[in-house]
Design a protein around this ligand. Structure first.
Ligand code: WT7
Length: 677
């Protein structure tokens, strides 16, 4: 199966030239792109400086472009001052106050729209309310919201007063929320009563309550938006309704001007250890890239209706929902709900009804909708679409071709955009009016982006089609500035391998003879499930936290829709050890551990334990982390030095032939057992 796919990628020879009618209108044509590339190649800092002067409304102009004195912590435009939210919204509030900024649709078809003026007013009201609650510049505010206008208003309200937002995806569990609140030491949480997905409530306020009961934390205020109207528990001393605060807040909310390097937000993402990393982005450099790439990659204009389907809980929802498109004065569509609710035509129906012109989604969604056939999309008028994009993982050529043919009706360019939470914005991508595309390749780095493929020693691989480390060899304005509170981990993770000027992405890639990049996957212990990164260690830690589990090893295997899925190998504790570590507290628990005992004793009962452990991971981390496969085994295969042989487990999970050397295996007998179905 998987080899078939890899081969089809390797032999991909289809090539699509820019569509003439698109290219002739595009903001960046071939000539402009060449000029930008030349400048970006020889003088990247100069290019970024020019662009930031042109594109950002500076309160105080900068004189220093790139400061390398604290490398690998690089600073851009550091003596300049601005306010990121003001720079984003105010030009449009002045120029086109009545243009829709946000068009929201809920799963049940309820819809609302906010003009730029209304958005600006809402941001100021919430900003003033936050100030009224004692939130000051530099304070961290956690946002745990459904995908609705108030989530974006909350982000901008923080930015407006210089507070640092940290959005936690609403699908993450109370436990994940707790960890992030504590790591960021946030005193204020903004949430809503509940959101909706697939016809069900997502009880956000209840999860906040649960998180804050979990242990010690710095939170003194929870601000709650009324969204679904669900009943919620209330803590008088801590909780406040957002509408009550904004109604009574002082009028107006002057923007707080901050230094270019002031943190705009933190966004937690998985790494190869169990602890999520708080990726820290800067105000000016980040905004520049978000705004600029909307023009370069999405050819975005004021009259575009842009729909990026990502939730604001991910970086895509920051750069290409909350900041980039608004900075360009476009109209942004947001949808709160599942792509298949009530059926798989929902995305296409939204595109038709709102006249979406540029559509940006993830390969996992494309594959899921492709499976439902061509008839559903054929029922909708998709003629408003002029450009399609994808992000999150490599798109398989079959899905690319379907997107091109069935959604784009062969008249929309496709931009396959490679980037990461850490890069802040798109780094490698076609420029749709200029770059010929090949299904499955993100093509070439954008101007000023010095992406390269290097070998183990950091030497560039020039030979075509040889895989290596994907690295970026010159700093860029929207790069992460730090891992919150852990400079050492920042240095080690991103610059530990090849030195201070060589950012290591963690991906492997190859370049073909035309210099096109093909992303091959992650090199670290990270899996990519539905376009979202998860650390295998995180899932392992969650499993081991269960009283019945002694050891766990988590690997990935290819999955038709999600890209990759999680496969967990679990070793259970002996009965006596389990009773020691988790004495049953109640009758209910006593009964459950009796059930667990039986689960081990009789293999037929293993299913119950597997279910229980999968549900446990869901509860600890959220549904995207739930293992699709979970196998209970007697012991983990280890080398004599005690290292888990993950490559071996990966082969087993993928039902591949075991061709690695197992001579160093401590418990050699195990392999035989493991490979027996
Ligand atoms: C990882 C970053 C960037 C927003 C979404 C995910 C993979 C991302 C592509 C693409 C191949 C891709 C990489 C990367 N990835 N886009 N177009 N082609 N792989 O953000 O959670 O920070 O994950 O997603 O492996 O390192 P993220």
């Amino acid at each position: 199966m998987s080899t078939g796919k890899i081969e089809s990628v390797l032999s991909e020879e289809r090539r699509f030239d820019p569509i003439e009618s698109f290219a002739s209108q595009a903001q960046v044509n071939e000539e402009r792109l060449d000029a930008l590339r030349r400048r970006g190649g020889s003088d990247p800092a100069g290019l970024w400086a020019d662009l930031s002067r042109e594109m950002l409304a500076w309160h105080k102009p900068f004189t220093v472009t790139l400061d390398r004195s604290r490398a690998p912590h690089f600073a851009w435009f550091s003596d300049g001052q601005l306010n990121a939210s003001e720079a984003c919204l105010d030009p449009w509030i002045r120029k086109a106050p009545d243009r829709p900024a946000l068009i929201y649709e809920g799963e049940r078809g309820d819809s609302r729209s906010l003009t730029y003026r209304e958005l600006g007013e809402a941001v100021e009201r919430l900003g003033a309310a936050l100030r009224g609650q004692g939130v000051a510049s530099g304070d961290r505010v956690v946002i745990y919201m459904p995908m609705c206008p108030e989530a974006i208003i909350a982000m901008h309200a923080c930015a407006r007063i210089g507070a640092v937002h940290s959005v936690v995806f609403g699908g993450f569990s109370a436990r994940s929320l707790y960890d992030r609140v504590v790591d960021a030491s946030a005193e204020v949480v903004i949430t809503a009563d509940a959101g909706r997905r697939s016809g069900k409530f997502v009880r956000l306020k209840a999860a906040v309550d649960q998180a804050l009961e979990h242990g010690e934390h710095p939170v003194r205020r929870v601000i709650v938006f009324r969204h679904s109207g669900e009943d919620i528990a209330w803590h008088d001393r801590r909780d406040r309704w957002a509408h009550e605060l904004t109604d009574s807040a002082a009028a107006g909310c002057p923007a707080e001007y901050v230094n270019a390097e002031h943190p705009l937000f933190l966004l937690y993402t998985s790494g190869s250890t169990g602890k999520p990393k708080g990726i820290q982005h800067s105000a000016a450099g980040y905004l520049l890239h978000a705004k600029l790439t909307c023009q370069w990659v999405f050819d975005l204009r004021e009259d575009d209706v842009f729909w990026c389907t990502a939730d604001v809980g991910w970086i895509t929802g920051h750069s290409y929902v909350a900041y980039g498109p608004l900075a360009n004065g476009a109209t942004v569509v947001i949808y709160e709900g599942a792509p298949t609710y009530p059926d798989g035509g929902r995305f296409w129906s939204l595109c038709e009804r709102y006249g979406v012109t540029v559509f940006y989604t993830a390969p996992t969604a494309i594959r899921a909708l492709m499976k439902l056939g061509d008839e559903l999309p054929a029922q909708y008028d998709l003629s408003s679409l002029r450009l399609l994009g994808t992000v999150g993982e490599p798109i398989n050529p079959e899905a690319w071709m379907w997107y091109h043919r069935v959604i784009g009706r062969e008249r929309c360019p496709i931009v396959d955009t490679w980037w990461q939470t850490e890069t802040g914005g798109i780094m490698i991508s076609p420029v749709p009016g200029a770059t010929p595309t090949k299904p499955g390749s993100c093509t070439r780095p954008l101007p000023g982006v010095h992406a390269a493929i290097v070998d183990e020693n950091g030497n560039e691989i020039t030979e075509p089609d040889r895989g290596g480390y994907l690295v970026i060899r010159h700093p860029w304005p929207s790069m992460l500035r730090n891992i919150w509170g852990d400079s050492e981990r920042y240095r080690e993770t991103y610059f530990g391998k090849f030195g201070d000027s060589c950012y290591v992405t963690g991906d492997s890639a190859r370049r073909d003879a035309d210099g096109y990049f093909w992303i091959m996957g992650r090199l670290d212990d990270v899996v990519n499930v539905s376009g979202h990164r998860l650390g295998t260690m995180e899932v392992e830690s969650a499993l081991v936290a269960h009283p019945a589990v002694a050891e766990a090893a988590v690997v990935s295997r290819p999955h038709e829709i999600k890209g990759e899925s999680i496969f967990a190998f679990v070793v259970l504790k002996s009965e006596s050890a389990r009773n020691e570590s988790a004495p049953p507290k109640s009758e209910g628990e006593a009964a459950r551990s009796e059930g667990e005992r039986q689960a081990i004793a009789k293999p037929s009962k293993q299913g119950a334990m597997q279910q229980q452990l999968r549900a446990w991971v869901d509860e600890q981390l959220g549904p995207i982390a739930r293992p699709d496969d979970l196998r209970i085994i007697e012991a983990l295969p280890k080398t004599r030095s005690g290292k888990i042989m993950r490559r071996l487990l990966r082969s087993i999970a993928r039902s591949e032939a075991i061709n690695q050397d197992v001579s160093t295996l401590e418990n050699a007998d195990l392999v035989r057992q493991l490979t027996q179905p």
